[in-house]
Design a protein around this ligand. Sequence first.
Ligand code: MTE
Length: 330
Amino acid sequence: MLIKTNADGFIHPVASDITPQAAYRRRREMLKLMATGVAGAALATWASREALALERPGKLAALAAAKSNAPGAMTMEKVTPYKDATTYNNFYEFGTDKADPAKNAGTLKTAPWTVEVDGLVKKPGKYQLEDLLKLSAQEERVYRLRCVEGWSMVIPWVGYSMSKLIEKVEPQGNAKFVEFITQADPKTMPFVGSRVLDWPYTEGLRMDEAMHPLTLLAFGMYGEVLPNQNGAPVRLVVPWKYGFKSGKSLVRIRFTDREPRTAWNKAAANEYGFYSNVNPDVDHPRWSQATERRIGEDGLFAKKRKTLMFNGYEAQVGQLYAGMDLKKNF
Ligand code: MTE
């Protein structure tokens, strides 16, 4: 983020990249069935398989989830093609170019995986990924993700509200903030050790932000487990904040009474504040935040979209910031 200013160097990918080969094969299967007279019975399953094929890319293990009914959890906007969401990433542990994480994150070892919960909680502990997965029912939520660099995506995540875990570990009365600490293993993450950030990549939320029902502990996307480049095996997704608040590959969650320092704030305090709420009225010192480019949908020269206050989640989260000067608390 700090060094990539050539956002417009993005090459527009083919949006309709939904395995035409597979679709062709299915159509042939169908024609064969028609010829043998069993087409009627097969028609319904064929239709549902088509729907499934669009929802699930079929690349990784499935992660079943019911659609969420939390207010604001399902935008009806067109979902970003899986290929774009998994090849245009920010995951600096694997390189600073957008294509680097997809190329390099294969080395990330995601099993076994432990998340430590500590600090000001009554029930600290180490959670195996399997236990975290079982803690609450998985939901599918389609969130806009707006990056501070001026682009956005729409991604169907699978996970559950962070509040479920917070309730389980019982924060003490003086816990005011939550710090999210991510994996920093120089053996498997080639850019850990580079000077671009002070590793590990850390982020933080105020307790009421972390408890907000939209704050998601995510284990999957597009109906499958998270690809490594998107933060496997577990990450945070905070849809009303710039994308960098959503830490990937979490290993520790710490409850504290003080506002935690964050990796980007340490790197450039005048550019990355603690709150980092999406705000079209407060520009990044080097970029306007008034508009955004939707990855995989808009052409390179297409008109940009207007960025919405709190990324369009104002009705759900606006009250968290009532009375605060959001120009000072950017
Ligand atoms: N988490 C870690 N550990 N390292 C990172 O570099 N980049 C952040 C965030 N989480 C980052 C991270 C940024 S800048 C963005 S925009 C989002 O991840 C991107 O998530 P995505 O690649 O799944 O779209």
